[in-house]
Design a protein around this ligand. Structure first.
Ligand code: AMP
Ligand code: ZN
Length: 465
């Protein structure tokens, strides 16, 4: 597998630290609200990464955290009159509901920041001992200038960073680039004991502590949205490597933004749609198809038009699935003709191209291209006179490929008894050349919400979309 490493800014061959295994950490949501479909992009795309790594035979440990303590959590909990813990419990449950609906599998571990306070405190103590962090009035800050590699992920040097930092210097901070590891408790806020008094962790430290506690000091892959490169991931490197002296992450992967009118979709701009709302209007697979249609690093524009396009592509896949099922019913078991053999070879080559595309830094657009070549081949080469084995090869490949992408998960619906009976009567009426009766039966089927297509192989009845 080749992965574009944001740190080296090039595609690299993925070589796991331990042969046959892959440890992956993804930054998860802050659980103060429902997540929006911009957030869904990393959840879906890195869940796909996990599936692709597994398909390559790797034993993957996939970790995605929940940030369940920060200013936004505290503000919302106060507004709703619930504890921060209750708020976190509620939106973690909502996360699983929406992520599950989108076909995102639960991670192997979903650590919560508040469950790792001892590990966080221990890591901060280590940084203080090493002279990389300092205490000021119950807060603890990381001294960015004391970590020589600071800026290596985002490709910035310390002078540029300091010049660019227009932050009003916090009284207690020695330099604008320093960041909080521990924040002294304010009245009424949740807090934990520490060597610096009661307080709570800053945001960046949780990911260093949880990643290293669960996956070890060095991990294979760390992912998240591009907005996390700086400062979040830069700070994670400073914290982890500052403490251990070992490389923290071997491959950094960052997804591009889901935009709306060319602007990043985000809570703070108010230009967002929650997954919960989108799923009232569209199917979860439409959302997946939209995400898969673009490379994960490219910007992706969200619009109704794009959603309709995604839905149309998906319909093509369902239609070919139903067509293959129809052909399988009609075909007879017979020996392979040269045409069938050529088709089977074609199908195998298409699956190989599909796998190669995904192994090339998750090139989903190209993988979908291969899948639609299969659709084209089925539509142009297969008939009910094709060998069953050829039809089955297309059927199996379609399911294998869409299974990885999390598409075509809906079972084929059996036609209800009444619909089946009407369809049979219509077939008979057509045989009898009783067009009036046949038309009347079509009208009845249409009223029931079914479409009929007359093909040389007979009539195809399916639920209208
Ligand atoms: P947050 O809860 O804001 O920390 O976001 C959770 C994840 O969603 C992070 O990996 C973010 O980088 C990512 N994210 C947030 N907004 C977008 C967006 N508009 N497009 C793509 N990813 C996003
Ligand atoms: Zn993180």
């Amino acid at each position: 597998m080749r992965i574009y490493n944001s740190q080296s800014r090039q595609k690299e061959e993925f070589i796991p630290l331990v042969e046959g295994q892959a440890g992956v950490y993804c930054c998860g949501p802050t659980v103060y609200d429902y997540f929006h479909i911009g957030n869904a992009r990393p959840f879906i795309m890195f869940d796909l990464l996990r599936r692709v790594l597994k398909r390559q035979g790797l034993k993957v440990t996939y970790v995605q955290n929940f940030t369940d303590i920060d200013d936004k959590m505290i503000t919302r909990a106060t507004r709703e009159g619930v504890s921060v813990k209750e708020l976190g419990d509620r939106f973690i449950a909502e996360y699983f509901r929406d992520a599950g609906a989108l076909g995102v599998e639960p991670a192997d571990e979903h650590p919560r920041a508040t469950s790792f306070i001892p590990q966080i405190v221990e890591l901060i103590e280590e940084l203080v001992d090493k002279g990389l962090a300092y205490e000021a009035d119950g807060d603890v800050y990381y001294s960015a200038a004391d970590f020589p590699d600071y800026g290596k992920l985002s490709g910035q040097n310390m002078e540029d960073l300091e010049e660019g930092a227009r932050v009003v210097v916090d009284e207690d901070k020695r330099s604008p680039m320093d960041f909080a590891l521990w924040k002294a408790a304010k009245p009424g806020e949740p807090s934990w004991d520490s060597p610096w008094g009661k307080g709570r962790p800053g945001w960046h430290i949780e990911c260093s502590a949880m990643s290293m506690s669960i996956l070890g000091e060095s991990i294979d892959i760390h992912c998240g949205g591009q907005d996390l490169i700086f400062p979040h991931h830069e700070n994670e490197i400073a914290q982890s490597e500052g403490a251990t002296g070992k490389p923290f992450v071997r491959y950094w992967m960052h997804n591009g933004f889901l935009n709306i009118n060319s602007e990043k979709m985000s809570k703070s701009r108010g230009n967002f749609f929650t997954v919960r709302d989108i799923l009232k209007e569209y199917d979860a697979e439409d959302v997946r198809m939209l995400m898969l249609s673009a490379h994960y690093r490219s910007p992706l524009n969200f619009s109704r038009e794009m959603m309709e396009q995604a839905r149309a592509s998906l319909t093509r896949l369902y239609t070919v699935r139903d067509h293959l099922a129809f052909l399988m019913e009609k075909t007879e078991n017979k020996a392979l003709e040269p045409d069938d053999e050529a088709f089977i070879k074609d199908v195998k080559d298409t699956l190989a191209r599909f796998d190669e595309a995904l192994a090339d830094d998750l090139n989903t657009a190209e993988a979908l291209g291969a899948l639609f070549e299969l659709v084209y081949a089925v539509n142009t080469s297969l008939t009910e006179r094709s060998a069953r084995q050829a039809i089955k090869a297309a059927w199996d490949t379609l399911h294998e490929a869409t299974g990885i992408l999390g598409l075509i998960t809906k079972k084929r619906e059996e036609l209800p008894e009444k619909v089946r009976a009407l369809a049979e009567q219509r077939a008979q009426a057509r045989k009898d050349r009783d067009w009036q009766k046949s038309d009347a039966l079509r009208a009845q089927l249409t009223d029931l919400g079914y479409t009929i297509e007359d093909t040389p192989q007979g009539q195809k009845v399916r639920k209208a979309l």
